[in-house]
Design a binder for this molecule. Structure first.
Ligand SMILES: NC(=O)C1=CN([C@@H]2O[C@H](COP(=O)(O)OP(=O)(O)OC[C@H]3O[C@@H](n4cnc5c(N)ncnc54)[C@H](OP(=O)(O)O)[C@@H]3O)[C@@H](O)[C@H]2O)C=CC1
Ligand SMILES: O=C([O-])C1=[NH+]CCC1
Length: 346
C-alpha cells in the first residue's frame, strides 16, 4: 500500500542528529501540549491515551505501546518558522535477561514509527533507544528549569547534581543537565561502583562541552554521601525498594524521579514524597501509573510552564517523569527532519 519504503533511521544516526538545545525545546513544547486548559491559540495540543502493557511472564518480558499525536508546535532550532505536527507510535520491550545472552542486548528496546499526518501512511522507522534516553532527559531538564531554577532565580551560584544509577538513563541525564545548566559538581552513585567509575571517566572527557567550565566529578560508595550536598538529584535505577530517604537530602532539593521497577515510585521513600511537592509529566500517566502512591500530585509540569497553575516558592520538589508518547514523537521528529535535510543536501 505504501508507495515508498519507509525511511529507516538507526541509533547511530539518531546520536549524530540530536542536540541538547533542540531536545530541550521539543520537550518543552510536548510537556505543555498535553495541558487541557489552553492559555493561548499558539499553544501546541496533543492526544495520548494511557499506555497498554503486555506481560510475557514465562519469558521475563514486558511490552508496551505509546501512541501520540501532537500538533501546532515549533522547534526553532530545527526548522525556523515551520509549524510541526507528528503522529507517532513507540513500541517498547523490556526483557530482563537480555544482558545475560551470549551476545548481550539492552534490556529495553524501543522503536518509533512516524506516520504521514495527511494520509496515515507509515513514513519513517526510528530506532528508539536513543530517542527514549534523550527525551527522558529532555523532560527532566524542562522539569528542572521550571521546578528548580525558576524558584531559585535569585540564587545564581552553580549547582550540585547527584546521580543515583549510572546506567543508560543516569548517564544521559548527567550529560544533558550539565550541558544545559550551570552545574559545578556531579556526584555519582551506582550499585556496582565500576559503572560509576566508567561514567566519571566519560564525563571528564566531555567536561569541555558543559555549561560550567571546570566541573568536578565524584564517585561515592553510598547514596547518603552522593546526595548530601546535591541541589538537583536524578534517580535512575531499577531498585524495587527505596534508596532515597528524607533525612539524606537538602531542604530545597529538586528530584527527577526516572527509574524504578514495576512500581514507578519504588526508589523514593514515602515520607520524602509526602514532604515534597509532587509534579508529573502528565495527569494521564500520574493517575494510572502512580495510583498506588499514597501522595497527592500537585500539577503537570506543563501547567507550570503555561502558568495555569502557580509554583510555590519554598518547597522541595519531585518531578515524576513517567514517559510520554508525545515526547517520543517530537524527539523522533527532530531526527527525521534533520535526517531528511542532510540527505537532501547530498
Ligand atoms: N521514566 C522514563 O521515561 C523512563 C524510565 N526508565 C527506567 O529507568 C530505569 C533505568 O533504566 P536504564 O538506565 O535504561 O537501565 P540500565 O540497565 O542501563 O541501568 C539500570 C541501573 O539500575 C541499577 N539497578 C538495578 N537494580 C538495582 C537495585 N536493586 N538497586 C539499585 N540499583 C539497581 C543498575 O545498577 P548495576 O549497574 O549495579 O546493575 C543500573 O545502574 C529503569 O527502571 C527503566 O525502566 C527507562 C526509560 C525511560
Ligand atoms: O517511557 C518509556 O519509554 C519507558 N519507560 C520505562 C522504560 C521505557
Amino acid at each position: 500500500m505504501c508507495e515508498n519504503r519507509p525511511t529507516f533511521i538507526t541509533e547511530a544516526q539518531v546520536e549524530e542528529l540530536l542536540t541538547w538545545p533542540a531536545v530541550y525545546e521539543a520537550s518543552e513544547q510536548a510537556l505543555q501540549s498535553i495541558c487541557e486548559k489552553r492559555t493561548s491559540d499558539s499553544q501546541p495540543s496533543a492526544k495520548q491515551p494511557p499506555r497498554p502493557f503486555v506481560e510475557l511472564e514465562r519469558r521475563n518480558g514486558l511490552a508496551f505501546s505509546m501512541l501520540g499525536y501532537i500538533e501546532n508546535y515549533r522547534m526553532q532550532s530545527v526548522d525556523q518558522g515551520k509549524v510541526f505536527d507528528t503522529l507517532a507510535h513507540k513500541i517498547v520491550t523490556a526483557f530482563t535477561k537480555n544482558g545475560q545472552l551470549a551476545k548481550p542486548l539492552p534490556v529495553i528496546i524501543a522503536t518509533v514509527f512516524l506516520f504521514d499526518t495527511m494520509t496515515g501512511q507509515l513514513k519513517t522507522i526510528v530506532e528508539g533507544n536513543g530517542v527514549t534516553a534523550w527525551r527522558t532527559a529532555g523532560s527532566c531538564m524542562v522539569g528542572t528549569k521550571y521546578l528548580y531554577f525558576d524558584r531559585n532565580e535569585k540564587c545564581k551560584s552553580d549547582k550540585v547534581l547527584g546521580i543515583l544509577g549510572c546506567g543508560v538513563q543516569g548517564r544521559i541525564h548527567a550529560i544533558g543537565i550539565s550541558t544545559m545548566f550551570p552545574i559545578s559538581e556531579i556526584h555519582l552513585w551506582n550499585r556496582s561502583v565500576a559503572k560509576a567509575a566508567e561514567l566519571k571517566k566519560e564525563l571528564e572527557s566531555l567536561a569541555g562541552t558543559f555549561k560550567s567550565k571546570h566541573v568536578k566529578i565524584f564517585i561515592h560508595e553510598n547514596v547518603r554521601d552522593c546526595v548530601k550536598t546535591a541541589d538537583i538529584i536524578v534517580t535512575a535505577t531499577q531498585s524495587t525498594s527505596p534508596i532515597l530517604f528524607e533525612d539524606m537530602v537538602k531542604e530545597n532539593v529538586h528530584i527527577n524521579a526516572v527509574g524504578a521497577s514495576k512500581d514507578h515510585h519504588s526508589e523514593i521513600d514515602l515520607k520524602l514524597y509526602r514532604n515534597s511537592k509532587l509534579y508529573v509529566d502528565s495527569w494521564t500517566g500520574g493517575k494510572t501509573e502512580l495510583k498506588s502512591l499514597d501522595c497527592p500530585i500537585e500539577a503537570e509540569v506543563g501547567e507550570i510552564i503555561t502558568k495555569s497553575k502557580a509554583l510555590t516558592q519554598n518547597q522541595r520538589t519531585i518531578f515524576h517523569s513517567l514517559g510520554m508518547a508525545v515526547t517520543d514523537a517530537v524527539v523522533a521528529q527532530i531526527a527525521e527532519t534533520l535526517y531528511l535535510k542532510k540527505k537532501s543536501t547530498f
